[in-house]
Design a binder for this molecule. Structure first.
Ligand code: HPA
Length: 287
């Protein structure tokens, strides 16, 4: 089988076209924070004030096919007093389009004016004490996907050929969200995210391997988006919502339905946390 990985330099003007299309809807509105919402976590978009909604289908370079639980639309508006651009739904590696499915969307957020990106995702837990429903701030990752969105010719206007992954999950943003979690009385944890291709869930042996190599949570997304974001200079905060224990740790039979079910249970906490974090970001900006 030949795997064709689209290069990061394909159709460079698509990002500009997407920006122009969005501008037709929002005029001079300038989002400061970008957000990507994962499986079952899209409810947060309903809390956005003065929302303007644009389907991905209208935006060049945005993902055009999405799995169940992903709406496929951009929502621009305000949350906690901050202008934001939110993506409801993402494309995953397992859908068959390589790792660049979200790269142009991430670059569009940057071109629209964002300097921070918050990513949420559903994840399996590699630690029995991190139970379903818990929220975990990602502090680093291990990329087990057979690819990297920056493979191919590099556009130096966007970012460097060899991009550092130091502080990829911004320490200050993580400290900020931890303060918010504590103020809200939410249990808090940080962990290393292992990216696995899917679409199968991991075997029990793969879960044991991930524990040995230093993982705390596992999921099928996030890492390509974070790499794309760091490349174009966005600061990143990523929150995983635990929907299940990894295979072999618990007794439940894993399924996408379970992911959606626990995702929507935890989304109440996630929403409080994220709104609180946006308020904190607004307050910091005023100082
Ligand atoms: N593995 C990979 N991805 C996931 C899982 C899991 O157990 N749960 C939610 N997303």
């Amino acid at each position: 089988m030949t795997l064709t990985l689209p290069s990061s330099a394909d159709a460079p003007d698509q990002t500009e076209q997407a920006v122009q299309r969005i501008r037709q809807h929002v005029g001079e509105f300038r989002p400061r924070i970008g957000m990507i919402l994962g499986s079952g976590l899209g409810g947060l978009a309903r809390a956005i004030e003065n929302a303007i909604v644009i389907p991905y289908a209208a935006l060049p370079g945005f993902p055009q096919s999405l799995v169940e639980g992903h709406a496929g639309e951009v929502v621009l508006g305000r949350l906690g007093g901050v202008e934001l651009m939110c993506m409801r739904g993402r494309q995953h590696f397992y859908e068959g389009h390589g790792t660049t499915g979200m790269t142009k969307a991430v670059r569009t957020m940057k071109r629209m004016g964002c300097d921070r990106l918050i990513v949420t995702c559903a994840a399996g837990s590699l630690r029995p004490e991190l139970e379903p429903g818990r929220l975990v701030a990602i502090k680093d990752h291990i990329n087990l996907l057979p690819g990297n969105p920056l493979i191919g010719p590099n556009d130096d206007q966007i970012g460097p050929r060899f991009c550092s992954m130091a502080n990829a999950y911004d320490k200050d943003l993580r400290q900020g969200v931890q303060d918010v979690a504590q103020a809200l009385g939410l249990p808090w944890a940080e962990g290393v995210y292992v990216a696995f291709s899917g679409p199968t869930f991991e075997t029990a042996a793969e879960i044991r391997m991930m524990q040995v190599i230093g993982g705390d949570v596992v999921g099928m997304s996030t890492v390509p988006e974070v790499i794309s974001a760091r490349h174009c200079g966005l600061r990143v905060l990523a929150i995983a919502c635990i929907t299940n224990l990894g295979e072999g740790i618990g007794n439940e039979v894993l399924s996408h339905e379970l992911t959606l079910q626990y995702g929507s249970m935890a989304s109440v906490d996630l929403q409080r946390l994220i709104v609180g974090w946006f308020e904190q970001q607004a307050a910091t900006a005023k100082r």
